[in-house]
Design a protein around this ligand. Sequence first.
Ligand code: OVV
Length: 396
Amino acid sequence: MSTVQIASSDLDPFSDEFLAEPYEPHRHLRDAGPVVWLEKYGLWAMARYAEVRAALSDAETYCSSAGVGISDFRREKPWRVPSLLLEADPPEHTRARAVISKALSPATVRGLRDNFRATADKLVDEVVAAGELDAIADFATRFALTAFADAVGLPAAERENLHSYGNMVFNTFGPRNHLFEEAVAGAGPVREWIDAHCQPDLLAPDGLGMRIHRIAAEHGLSTSDSALLLRSFLSAGVDTTVHSLGNAIFCFAENPAEWDALRAEPALARTALDEVIRYESPVQTFFRTTTREVDAGGVRVPAGAKVLLFLGSANRDPRHWDAPDRFSVRRRVAGHVGFGFGIHACVGAVMARLEGEIVLASMAERIGRIEPAGKPRRLLNNTLRGRTHLPVRVVV
Ligand code: OVV
């Protein structure tokens, strides 16, 4: 009888050290095998492009309804009512997804363009006048909060709750480490604010929030279910954008020749945004749970197993990408899994790409150079990759 050697690792992907500098440990996990047993948590991990993409493409085998964090909803009570979209399988997922897809129709998203552009131009003008700024607090966060909350139709007050909530939600996909506990400590008021702002009475009649409520009602969903769908929107729409934009500014400050390339050809803005999301993936990981025994790259993974998918590592796998550790706005970046892949692929990507494209285009028209102006401070979050502080100087 032959025994298959199963790769195993004692790395902790949710330790501060790993989260701060993930790329070397990613390489180690990719080289260890197609599937690696993580001893510390007793679960499986995939860090190579082929296996991550295959798992994302097979939602019947790799399901989401047991949670897409480390917690197994079949054994542990979820910290909040599960998402109808993210933490669901067909046919329930299909229904929820149809509502959000319809809410984000091409015509609707096109209609957001002018407001996004006005918000971006105003902030870029301020930044240029200031000369030096914290690209996270003074720019990425302000843009995401303003553009997103205006689009949803949220009132102007206390919008920072969206940022606190997003950071919390993405921490809760990890284990109950210090990041998880710190994120949920004292979060009662933030959660109450979010839940209140998912209700129709606080929303502007012409925003995306009310649009979701209307379309959900047309599809026969209850008001409480349509509020839950709006909660998905509020959970996933702000911090992802903050860190996409923050990571973009980081990439261009580190790679001035790429900024020159974008300035020379502003039509590259859309590709550039996708390259940022490949190279510095704001969402680094999601879990799936196997519904049956499955062969993954020659390794037998049992039924009912939690599998950690390293999106950020797949996006830098040299088995798939040419010079993956090089940031290049001219790269053929299609196929990256920074927005996921398959039936759960980011439903908000149309809006995210529009926001990113508009911000980069607005910046490229006005800013000649972006320079580091101090030491960035790394965000530690169980899922997100980004920075809490990013001092830069902009030169016209
Ligand atoms: C993609 C994503 C991230 C966080 C939360 C949700 C979705 C949700 O559906 O609540």
